[in-house]
Write a protein that binds this ligand. Structure first.
Ligand code: JFT
Length: 269
């Protein structure tokens, strides 16, 4: 997969040289190219921003440097890229988005600053290519570079050959598969006693059936507490009798449509 990133802060993308993404690059699985947007400016001050039409606070990124940057990068290779625009006003970036993007041969990320990029840039490239305006979550950042790091890591670890067996992603929270739509419970390793704290006895029992059940219960306890929205949209067909019993004990009840909802008791803490 080829990834291009166009930014006024190329140093911000240094983390792409290390860890999982850095290793994928070193192994030839990922071709990452970070470009400084200012190389496509032509004035003495390398201006990339200007005041907003209609007035208001802040500055807007000028369209010309982005147009020249994207034209140059797109012309550098055969084929059509998908252009990924991080923005707080985008569609939510989630695991399904990561899976879709991981299937593309070429992504161009356009992390911006200020109040964003002149709208005509997205309109222009949206007519010629697939453009995805994406937000990594409902909080306010100062620009798109951190979202690019997040999205690239989520995509890169899905590429064939990037993860080793030890870290493979069959059971990930949110990944399609066994534990889909549940948060994972706690994990433990050696030593068996640390600062007076032991390991839940069931994990030392060697009883695989009981261990699997305990892990599933822990996943439900955690999900019900931190992500009740995930329980509410859980497919009832995915719930066994033990799951239903646990949810009932936690103050959840089966609704007419078969899904579970919180009862008044379940709303405490
Ligand atoms: C924030 C952002 C994402 C994502 C891109 C650009 C400028 C600052 C800003 C903040 C609020 C309103 C602009 C960005 C994000 C996220 C991405 C930019 N800002 N307008 N913030 N939070 N989840 N993706 Cl360009």
């Amino acid at each position: 997969m080829r990834l291009d990133v166009v930014t006024i802060f190329p140093e911000y993308l240094e983390p792409l040289n290390v860890s999982l993404v850095g290793k994928a690059r070193a192994r030839g699985l990922l071709d990452v190219r970070v470009h400084d947007l200012r190389q496509w400016t032509h004035d003495r001050h390398n201006t990339v921003d200007d005041t907003p039409y209609g007035g208001g606070p802040g500055m807007v990124m000028k369209p010309e440097p982005w147009g020249e940057a994207l034209d140059t990068i797109i012309a550098s290779q055969e084929g059509d890229p998908v252009v990924v625009v991080p923005t707080p006003s985008g569609r939510p970036f989630d695991q399904a988005t990561a899976v879709e993007l991981a299937e593309k041969p070429w992504l161009i990320f356009t992390p911006a600053r200020y109040e964003g990029i002149d709208r005509r840039v997205v309109d222009e490239y949206g007519e010629r290519f697939e453009v995805r305006e994406l937000s990594i979550g409902d909080y306010v950042l100062a620009g798109g570079e951190a979202p690019v790091l997040v999205m690239v890591e989520a995509v890169a670890r899905l590429l064939p050959g990037v993860l080793g067996n030890a870290e493979s992603h069959r059971d990930d929270s949110f990944a399609p598969g066994a534990m889909a739509d549940l948060l994972e419970g706690p994990v433990y390793t050696k030593p068996p006693l640390w600062r007076g704290r032991g390991i839940p006895e069931v994990l030392l029992s060697g009883h695989h059936g009981r261990i699997a059940r305990w892990r599933r219960d822990q996943a439900f306890l955690r999900t019900a507490r931190y992500r009740p929205d995930l329980i509410e949209r859980c497919d009832p067909a995915a719930l066994d009798a033990d799951d239903r019993k646990l949810l009932t004990e936690l103050g959840w009840a089966e609704r007419p449509d078969g899904r579970f909802g919180r009862t008044a008791e379940g709303m405490e803490e």
